[in-house]
Design a protein. Structure first.
Length: 182
């Protein structure tokens, strides 16, 4: 079982590959193509910090110093356009920010989180193509649904029904918190 202290040690050592692997193997089964997409070098830091932050939110009762540090890492990884590099990374990061926003004790960083989350939502909405896919990519769209399908903010920001329909006939079908499978 992954613990807060293990997450903290690995994050402080910048062991992003190990951190992502630890968090994903701790209850988040994913197919290899999606796992590889999440481990892309250009977005690995943001994705690892985001998944670690999601796990910290699951393990904590209130915002703790580790959550604030991971949030700060995440906020520094956000581009001016609101993305975190790729659609997949943006979806994972947005989920972590929304999880943190709902935790008790987030008041001190609430404005930063709200600003970053709003820009990430706008980035995802702008990436949606005419077919309903995010970034024109089925894998990225599936990751976004896996992470955000249950969030009202996401459903309002994108053309949600079109996104679901675009994936309905593909090999990447997922709903909310369910594991992503082919």
């Amino acid at each position: 079982m992954i613990t807060l202290s293990r997450i903290e040690r690995t994050a402080l050592a910048h062991g992003w590959h190990r951190l992502l692997d630890d968090v994903l193997s701790n209850g988040r089964p994913v197919d290899l193509p999606i796992r590889l997409r999440l481990m892309e070098q250009r977005t690995l830091h943001a994705v690892s910090a985001a998944f670690a932050l999601q796990r910290v939110c699951e393990l904590s009762y209130a915002v703790c110093p580790l959550a604030e540090a991971l949030c700060d890492d995440l906020l520094h990884a956000q581009s001016d356009d609101g993305s975190f590099g790729s659609v997949a990374a943006t979806a994972v990061a947005l989920r972590a920010l929304l999880d943190l926003q709902r935790m008790p004790g987030s008041g001190a960083i609430a404005a930063q989180i709200e600003f970053a989350a709003g820009h990430a939502l706008a980035s995802l909405a702008q990436s949606q193509d005419d077919d309903g896919l995010l970034g024109g990519c089925e894998i990225d769209s599936a990751i976004a649904l896996w992470q955000l399908a249950g969030r009202d903010e996401f459903q309002r920001a994108v053309r949600f029904e079109e996104l679901e329909e675009a994936l309905a006939g593909s090999r990447w079908q997922c709903r909310g918190e369910a594991p992503v499978t082919a």
